[in-house]
Design a protein around this ligand. Structure first.
Ligand SMILES: C[S@@+](CC[C@H](N)C(=O)[O-])C[C@H]1O[C@@H](n2cnc3c(N)ncnc32)[C@H](O)[C@@H]1O
Length: 202
């Protein structure tokens, strides 16, 4: 399994944003949607061996939310950014009225979250890595393509609190290259590197 945790900082967690302003009033939901797309979509297929969680830290109230997407059961994920953003927005809107996790569409679970606890829990998995510009080269790291877990941030850097958790977790900081890339680009490079390793091991 390939697992990703995306830290989302400015998306309105109530889902009260328009799909016509994803890069503005939606707090860069455009990039979150692209990250979901690059994590799961292939040409005319979906990666079933991927799980991706997004922790929406909360901007503004109500409480923070988490969306878990499970590739093995995922449906209605189309390759375009707008429909992916709509799928995530629908989950946030439906979750705003309930205080427990719900499956808002097949393979997509949304619910309240303690962001710090969720990050710590994800990092507790042995071998979890932190994708960051200042890390060591991913290509030199012996991660297995079928057992990979990584934390990545949205277009905003991790908060001080998140950074403190990441730094004290023991997660290996890894970089995919010398330039600061968009979140979705980072996931593309990671998936490609893991695909290459998988192909070599066959
Ligand atoms: C757009 S960057 C964050 C903002 C960026 N630090 C800036 O100065 O504008 C989004 C996230 O992608 C990841 N990232 C970006 N470039 C990376 C790289 N070369 N290697 C690994 N992760 C990277 C990091 O998690 C980063 O927080």
């Amino acid at each position: 399994m390939r697992r990703f945790l995306v830290l989302a900082h400015r998306v309105p967690v109530s889902g009260s944003f328009t799909l016509n302003d994803l890069a503005g009033g939606a707090g860069r939901m455009d990039e979150i949607a692209r990250a979901v797309s690059t994590a799961f979509t292939l040409s005319n297929d979906l990666r079933r061996d991927v799980e991706l969680s997004i922790v929406f830290a909360g901007a503004p109230a109500p409480a923070p939310r988490r969306i878990d997407l499970v590739g093995a059961r995922l449906r209605y994920l189309n390759p375009d950014e707008r429909s992916t953003a709509a799928l995530l927005k629908n989950a946030l809107v439906r979750s705003a009225a309930v205080d427990r996790p719900i499956e808002s569409s097949p393979g997509l679970v949304v619910g309240p979250v303690d962001p710090a606890a969720a990050l710590r829990e994800f990092l507790a998995r042995p071998g979890t890595v932190w994708l960051t510009e200042s890390g060591g080269p991913l290509v030199d790291h012996p991660a297995a393509p079928s057992d990979f877990a990584a934390v990545v941030s949205d277009p905003y850097d991790p908060s001080d609190a998140e950074r403190a958790i990441l730094e004290s977790s023991g997660a290996v900081p890894l970089s995919v290259g010398p330039r600061s890339l968009r979140t979705s680009q980072v996931l593309d490079v990671v998936q490609n590197e893991l695909d290459r390793r998988e192909a070599r091991s066959r």
